[in-house]
Design a protein around this ligand. Structure first.
Ligand code: ATP
Ligand code: MG
Length: 405
């Protein structure tokens, strides 16, 4: 069916009182962002719903994009007819025909903002109900949970009919919660954490540590490719790459093996905090899950968190690995995450890191390296890019990856 409009219903944000208007404006901009290459569509974010006028654009493509936008509860594609009862009747029949199965139940649900047009809400429900009962042999009216609800909206500029409602991505519009720095590795967990942060309205900027020549160009490309995947939910994402080789070499040389991991993580965290301060980030996100590996115990978190008072948020902290993998598959990052390009942590990981590092000893050992000097040098080598939907980074050797996948 050729649709004319998509009607979008807001989720949680409809309860946000004074902030409501700015949330809706933000959602409108985010919707425009994911539709940037379909300029025919006009987005009208009104106070109780958003209307997308398609102007001939492909409704299936528009709905596919919409389904990723956080802050949307659901949406319905609709057909517009002129203010003429005969046209409404015919359109109602056409729409039911598309989904008709013998024995099915239906109801008509009319809303009216135009009070000059013919029938009242009640009369319209009654009249169209009769039209449908006449047109189909085996169909019945049912008010509670019918198989099909035909929504009819009588507005000043026409009458809009819709027969299907699709679930939106829920959550809050990206950007309404402020900016956060996402520590993104190439693993399974941090892309999922990034997705969950965005779902709650956080605008994320990716911070990725890499250690050439110990880590390959492919490992860096993989982190960028993961970021490109995640742009489906928000439009462009800033990607910040931080050189970490020198720090890892210093730590490897001067810190006892059991504390390598803890001190590395403290350095990563300090650098991420410095970047957050520079870029007006309010918090730091990572992909830690409690108990998953040595550095993800509470003792370890205590010893690492010690370097900052900035909030560290861990969206997957209480999820099991299988639950995280389910989300990774849903958001299509899993296949990329399992590509075997080692990141900087794997390579410098000691065979037996302490699962319960001691905070005082951590601080003591760390004095063996020049923390400030190393931070400054790494920050001086930071490179920032902006990654856009549709960009790819791993495609130069497609055949190789096709085999790996
Ligand atoms: P992931 O699947 O996200 O890599 P993981 O289970 O492998 O997580 P760790 O390697 O212990 O766990 O990393 C814990 C978290 O530290 C990661 O989720 C990520 O947020 C951050 N991190 C690890 N390596 C890097 C890196 N190279 N660059 C940026 N952040 C990193
Ligand atoms: Mg990892």
């Amino acid at each position: 069916m050729q649709y004319d409009e998509i009607m979008v219903r807001y989720g949680e944000l409809s309860t946000k009182g004074k902030n409501r208007k700015s949330f809706i404006d933000r959602l409108g901009n985010n919707v425009r962002g994911v539709l940037h290459d379909i300029p025919d569509v006009k987005v009208h974010p009104d106070h109780d719903r958003m209307h997308l006028t398609l102007n001939g654009a492909d409704s299936a493509l528009v709905m596919k994009r919409l389904s990723n936008v956080f802050g949307i509860e659901n949406y319905s594609p609709s057909v517009k007819v002129d203010l003429d009862q005969a046209l409404v009747d015919q359109q109602a029949i056409d729409m039911v025909k598309e989904q008709y199965k013998p024995g099915m139940t239906f109801k008509i649900d009319t809303r009216r903002s135009n009070h000059h047009f013919g029938l009242s809400t009640y009369e319209m429900n009654d009249h169209l109900g009769g039209v449908i009962l006449n047109a189909f042999d085996d169909i019945h009216v049912q008010m509670k949970q019918p198989d099909l609800t035909l929504r009819v909206e009588v507005r000043n500029n026409g009458i809009f009919l819709s027969s299907q409602t699709f679930a939106g991505a829920m959550g809050m519009p990206v950007g309404t919660a402020g900016k956060g720095m996402m520590m993104l590795s190439g693993g399974i967990d941090s892309p999922v954490a990034a997705y969950l942060a965005m779902k709650r309205g956080v605008q994320v900027e990716m911070v990725h540590f890499f250690s050439p020549p110990y880590t390959s160009q492919q490992a860096l490309d993989k982190a960028m490719e993961l970021t490109a995947k995640l742009t489906a939910y928000t439009g462009k994402i800033r990607f910040i790459q931080v050189p970490f080789t020198k720090i890892q070499e210093e730590i490897k040389e001067k810190i006892p093996e059991g504390y390598l991991m803890t001190v590395q993580r403290r350095m990563m965290l300090r650098l991420t905090v410095a970047l957050a301060e520079k870029r007006h980030g309010l918090g730091i996100f990572n992909g830690e899950s409690l108990g998953q590996v040595a550095s993800q115990t509470m003792e370890s978190m205590l010893a690492i968190n010690d370097v900052t008072t900035m909030p560290i948020l861990r969206p997957v902290v209480s999820m099991d690995k299988n639950e995280i993998i389910d989300v990774a598959k849903k958001i299509d990052t899993f296949d990329l995450s399992v590509l075997p390009f080692e990141d900087c942590c794997t390579i410098f990981a000691p065979p037996a890191p302490k699962t319960k590092p001691n905070l005082d000893r951590t601080r003591e050992f760390e004095q063996r390296i020049d923390v400030e000097g190393l931070l400054e040098e790494a920050l001086a080598g930071v490179k920032m890019t902006e990654i856009h939907p549709g960009e790819t980074f791993l495609n130069q050797q497609e055949d190789v990856f096709a085999e790996l996948l």
